[in-house]
Design a protein around this ligand. Structure first.
Ligand SMILES: [Zn+2]
Length: 298
């Protein structure tokens, strides 16, 4: 399956990643592991060379099982549950699940949403900092001020095209997301957003529909329910599974939630081959190459 995904143009026949040579031959390692050698350039490679699963420790079959377990859990799978299900050490499951998030992130990389006649919802949700966000609605403003000072608080921005794809990003504040929105939402798009002042500058470029949540009314049919649905699911994942969605990996969790949202109507079998395919086009992990060598104390 990995061969067919990696070398789809040649129906699974190995292609040299160094020179593009089309007639490599099998040249197994002394332990029997599959490896190829290119006739043209004499270099060795494996199915996963140059991909997210490069220098993998487990057999590839185990990665398929891991992907199936990971994608099958609608709200997200914790590393602890993954290590139990697969009989892996916790740290292996931790690194593996982050690699799968990296693979999922590949799908929305560079994505442009919207366009003429299309509608997009944008919304921001704050994560991290000292006070747990789920417990606290009444003193929202004070909390934001305090946490902005602490520097740990970040806002996840979600841009969701109706009947289309989604796009996540992470910033310090909603205001800092404006250039991102301008560059990734196509001209001619109608944008739905809440009453937050941060979005006011977008009126110069887009037709905007604003909804005032405190008063509970919508202007011109403005509605951000889809964007809010994304956050309620991301927060449930935070409470139920991951506990600390915030921090340096906040974007990865947001990308995972985005992928799940965009692929929710796809069968589990198809989800598995999509994530496996994304892992094969993704370059070796930016987050986790040598992670445990760098974090010995963890
Ligand atoms: Zn070659």
């Amino acid at each position: 399956m990995f061969r067919k995904i990696r070398w789809s143009d040649t129906e699974g026949q190995a292609v040299c990643p160094h020179c593009g040579g089309l007639d490599p031959y099998e040249c197994r390692r002394s332990n029997g592991a599959l490896r190829f050698r290119c006739k043209a350039c004499q270099k060795d490679f494996t199915i996963t060379s140059g991909t997210l699963f490069a220098s993998h420790k487990m057999p590839l079959r185990a990665y398929l099982a891991a992907i199936a377990i990971f994608t099958n859990e609608v709200k997200g799978k914790s590393a602890l549950a993954m290590s139990r299900d697969l009989g892996l050490a916790y740290k292996s499951a931790f690194v593996l699940s982050h690699k799968l998030r990296e693979a999922m992130s590949e799908e929305s990389r560079g994505r442009i949403v919207g366009g003429e006649g299309k509608e997009v919802e944008i919304d921001g949700g704050y994560f991290g900092g000292y006070v747990k966000p789920a417990n606290n609605k009444a003193d929202r403003k004070d909390r934001r001020m305090w946490e902005n000072k602490s520097g740990k608080r970040k806002v996840v921005i979600i841009v969701r095209e109706r009947n289309g794809k989604s796009l996540p990003a992470v910033f310090r504040s909603e205001g800092q997301a404006l250039n991102f929105i301008r560059s990734r939402v196509a001209k001619g798009t109608v944008i739905h957003a809440d009453e937050s002042n941060a979005w006011n500058d977008l009126h110069a470029r887009f037709e905007m529909k604003r909804i005032n949540h405190e008063e509970g009314y919508s202007l011109n049919g403005a509605c951000t329910n889809m964007a809010e649905g994304f956050f309620s699911r991301l927060r449930r994942a935070e409470v139920g599974h991951h506990h600390h969605v915030a921090g340096v990996y906040l974007l990865r969790y947001a990308q995972e939630a985005t992928w799940r949202e965009d692929n929710r109507r796809v069968s589990n079998g198809e989800q598995v081959s999509r994530v496996a395919g994304l892992a094969m086009v993704r370059k070796p992990s930016v987050d986790f190459s040598g992670y445990w060598q760098r974090h010995k104390a963890v």
